[in-house]
Design a protein around this ligand. Structure first.
Ligand code: FAE
Length: 527
């Protein structure tokens, strides 16, 4: 794997002298670039592309690595059934969401500590999964690219122009991300979606309909995998530790488009450790660069006129709360850190007596659509690829839970800490249970208690979809601008107040596109 990588034509220009705010601890070396984007996930890569396309010299800083170099086994990523150090971000054990199988600790494996692709950040009562590397969550996610129903949108992002989103920004996001749909004829006959057909039939028996969902995985490629014509990825147990083929993650869409403008530079394995403001109104961005073993190789302060935070909810919260509480950005409002939600995520599994298939595509294509219920639920029918028959029906439910958490700053660790109480899972869990109790009753099946530690039927203490903390129109203005700090923007999942009704990345992307289309011309963002 690459160590430090600088890509793109527009390396940060030479040092510019600024009158330093004494509260911002500076690195020995400093440089200036007009715009800095923190992170390289959905919000960040949209920001970088649109800045670059507008001619603004921009530096993208990503703490993970660029995943483009095969390791000794010839593959960039490892599989889920045979994980190694590439799986996790500086962990010595993998942390797959299912703890055990038949109560046996056979799922997670010991690994070497390394700058791997999946991270799990643990807080009391809630563990948050995130992707690490160029492309952020797009590297590890299930690729489900779902546009919410127009009716539900006012509840998702109150105050945002619905028509503009559905006529302009959702179509743009879908096009840029390379969203495509499975051929229903192929889906109906292929072995690798037997688990989904069983899930559909079981739901129908309980009176629930299902809906196909698009994906960014190339379904033509998947069909060729099934025919044995190309190297397998979705059909080779690859998802949460990365896909070697087939998936249009951001490092294959937005990020090369941003670099292709000639104005964007990407620096990897480089973490932003603190932000502050200089006396001349520019921002000071402190960075630390590591090698793949975690050894610090350099540190630098980058000064910029425009600072876009796209570090994902946890990364953006860390930077903003640290800045507010240590006084480097003291005027940040108390709204930063509020209104966090896990998109009502609950995972559960049923013990099926019908075979669900020994070969399962890692990419989900179908959801149980109970969005018209008193408590709306959209339950993705998830694969559990293992290369042998498990008789398991697995689901990730997205429920409309009103529960919200908040972040506070922990001065000891220098990190934002998520406050989420032990009973805050209950609403979402009850909504999922109401639905799956009916599915079980209609099919003569029961829950699996052997997959989540502590004999639990519900994985209710982790989420894949963290949302909120810097909510649009509350912490920021309606376009992600940070009040009191001209030139400082938030543009990632932190803007969305806790729930999107479906899987969130198309909404994060569309919203980021909308925000950039407004702020670049209106704020006269130039070099
Ligand atoms: P995100 O993609 O998280 O990117 C943030 C980036 O910033 C990361 O690359 C970080 O390494 C980097 N970063 C953080 N802090 C710093 C720092 N201080 N300095 C430099 N870099 C930093 O942000 N969503 C769907 O819509 N469909 C799915 O099928 C789906 N499946 C998922 C499955 C899994 C296992 C996971 C973990 C997530 C899944 N998601 C899915 C959620 C989706 O990936 C997530 O909502 C987005 O990735 C969030 O996008 P952001 O732009 O907020």
């Amino acid at each position: 794997m690459l160590g430090l990588t600088m890509l793109g034509a527009a390396a940060a220009a030479g040092a510019t002298v600024v009158a330093a705010d004494p509260r911002v601890a500076r690195a020995a070396t400093s440089t200036f670039v007009p715009a800095v984007v923190v992170g390289s996930g959905y919000g960040a890569s949209v920001s970088a592309l649109r800045l670059g396309a507008a001619g603004v010299r921009t530096l993208m800083l990503e703490m993970g690595q660029l995943w483009n170099t095969p390791a000794a086994d010839g593959n960039v990523f490892c599989t889920m059934v045979n994980p190694d150090q590439r799986a996790m971000w500086f962990k010595t054990m993998t942390e797959a969401p299912l703890d055990t199988l038949l109560w046996l600790p056979v799922i997670n494996k010991q690994i070497n500590s390394y700058a791997g692709v999946l991270d799990r950040v643990d807080f009391p009562n809630m563990k948050v999964y995130v992707g690490r590397g160029v492309g952020g969550g797009s590297l590890v996610n299930g690729g489900m690219a779902v546009t919410p129903t127009k009716d539900s949108f006012p509840d998702i992002l109150p105050g945002v122009d619905v028509d503009e989103m559905y006529t302009t920004y959702y179509p743009l996001a879908n096009r840029m991300l390379g969203v495509n749909s499975v051929d229903p004829n192929w889906w109906n006959t292929t072995d690798c979606y037997q688990f989904a057909r069983v899930g559909r039939d079981d739901a129908a028996k309980a009176g629930f309909s299902t809906a196909f969902v698009p994906n960014v995985y190339d379904f033509d490629y998947m069909e060729q995998e099934a025919l044995g014509q190309v190297p397998k990825s979705a059909l080779n147990c690859e998802v949460i530790y990365g896909n070697n083929h087939g998936k249009r993650s951001l490092d294959k869409s937005y990020v090369p488009a941003a670099l292709g403008t000639g104005n964007v530079t990407l620096k990897t394995l480089t973490k932003v450790t603190g932000i502050g403001r200089n006396a001349d109104g520019t921002y000071a961005v402190n960075t630390s660069t590591v090698d793949t073993n975690g050894n610090t190789t350099s540190s630098q302060t980058v000064n910029c006129k425009y600072l876009f935070l796209g570090a994902g909810v946890l990364g953006t919260m860390n930077l903003l709360l640290q800045a507010r509480e240590t006084g480097t950005l003291p005027a940040l409002s108390q709204q930063f850190g509020q209104n966090w939600g896990p998109n009502g995520n609950i995972m559960t599994a049923r013990a099926n007596w019908k075979p669900t298939g020994s070969v399962q595509s890692g990419m989900p294509t179908l959801g149980i659509d109970a969005r018209n219920q008193a408590v709306p639920v959209f339950a993705e029918i998830a694969p559990m690829p293992a290369n042998f028959e498990l008789f398991i029906s697995l689901y990730l439910a997205i429920t409309k839970s009103p529960e919200r958490g908040s972040f506070s700053y922990d001065p000891t660790s220098g990190q934002a800490r998520l406050n989420w109480g032990p009973s805050q899972k209950d609403f979402a869990e009850n909504a999922a249970k109401t639905l799956f109790d009916k599915v079980n009753a209609a099919n003569g099946t029961i829950y699996r208690y052997d997959l989540f530690s502590g004999n639990r039927a519900f994985g209710d203490d982790f989420c894949y979809h963290p949302l909120g903390g810097a909510v649009l129109g509350s912490a920021t203005d309606m376009y992600g601008r940070v009040p009191g700090y001209p030139g400082l923007y938030v543009n990632d999942a932190s803007l969305i107040p806790g729930w999107t009704g479906v899987n969130p990345f198309v909404t994060i992307t569309a919203l980021a596109e909308r925000n950039m289309a407004r702020v670049i011309p209106t704020d006269n963002i130039t070099n």
